[in-house]
Design a protein around this ligand. Sequence first.
Ligand code: AMP
Ligand code: MG
Length: 412
Amino acid sequence: MISVESALEVILKEIKPLGLESVDIASALGRVIGEDIAARWPNPPFDNSAMDGYAVRTIDVKGASNESPAKLSVIYDLPAGSVPQGPIGPAQAVRIMTGAPVPEGADAVVMVEKTESGDGFTLIKAEPRAGENIRKAGEDFKAGDIVVRAGSVIRPAEVSMLATIGVPFVMAHRRPRVAIISTGDELCDISEVPPAGKIVNSNGYALAALVAASGAVPIQLGIARDTKESLREKLCAALSADCIISSGGVSVGDYDFVKDVLKDMGSSMIFWKVAMKPGKPLAFGIIGGKPAFGLPGNPISSMVAFEQFVRPTLLKMAGRTNLFRQSFSATLTKDIKIKPGRMNFIRAELKATDTGFTVTPLDGQSSGMILTMVRANSFVVVPEDSNGFRSGDIVKAQPFDDTVFTGGKPSY
Ligand code: AMP
Ligand code: MG
């Protein structure tokens, strides 16, 4: 058996980021940008008002106050989107709106709340600092500045930036297309009520959801039967994808052909018993330059193995450099007793409290128990050499989604 860390290291060594393609920023969320982006113009592009009010010359309003306001004649109105009709001279003001360019001569904007307007004039009731309420051209960034760096994940903030500088398309890493094969003579389609001895192919759906949640594109290839021919046919169809995952047929049973077929198809095959629970059997190989994962068949085993091995792979292919979820130190609320020898991933509920994280291991840890997975949002990671923890211990909790932060998970 090899350790989770060693398996991961061997896998990730084989994985390269996919190439770049031009992407519309309106649909680029979560993609990794592959080029440095320089600003086409400064921001703000021109000196503009941060307030609705009056653009003034500070020299004209020295000492202005409620008791002794300064009277200025208002020479024109300047809404956002228009341009100044001319400079401001002595004892003059312009009524200006937020975002409008500051007219020549003005060196401050007095907010409307500190003024009183009359017919053709305004009373300024406060003395502004020079530059007050003026957003200077380029104070955010200058033309030519690098404002988004290659390797950044495109979040709403990056989208805002790219739109601000008039960049509608960027070069981003391709999203991995992932072929999903479910193996097993016992599997039926979801459209059927399972006949005697059969179960619905739930892994196909679960893995597709995991692929999508990793920012990649799932391609469901359906069910391969437990024959070498059927498996070979599905794997051939899968070769046009960037990554291949199968579930089931990877242990040592009489009908477990995945590793044989992968090998027959020229994969430099690595088959492991990984020292983890759930999820021990795992096949990994490269066919036609594409990484192929033979995940275990048990629903929870396949999800855990996906989370530990496939997700980091897909993130790396998508150009990300931060491949792993953040783990948290949390106070355990119940004892965990296990047999040492494998890294255990105990399904648990992680909660953020005012004083830190707590984590509760859930009942029903067998690898076929899907309800426990539905109730959980994290794994307590128990190292290989440990036989468990006591309630009150500080343990490592690894969330597998963001419900600990976003909430919305009812208790069962
Ligand atoms: P295997 O590794 O093929 O022996 O499968 C192990 C267990 O997982 C068996 O109980 C299978 O019925 C179950 N299993 C395999 N594939 C799937 C699937 N696609 N959906 C749900 N359960 C599955
Ligand atoms: Mg099987």
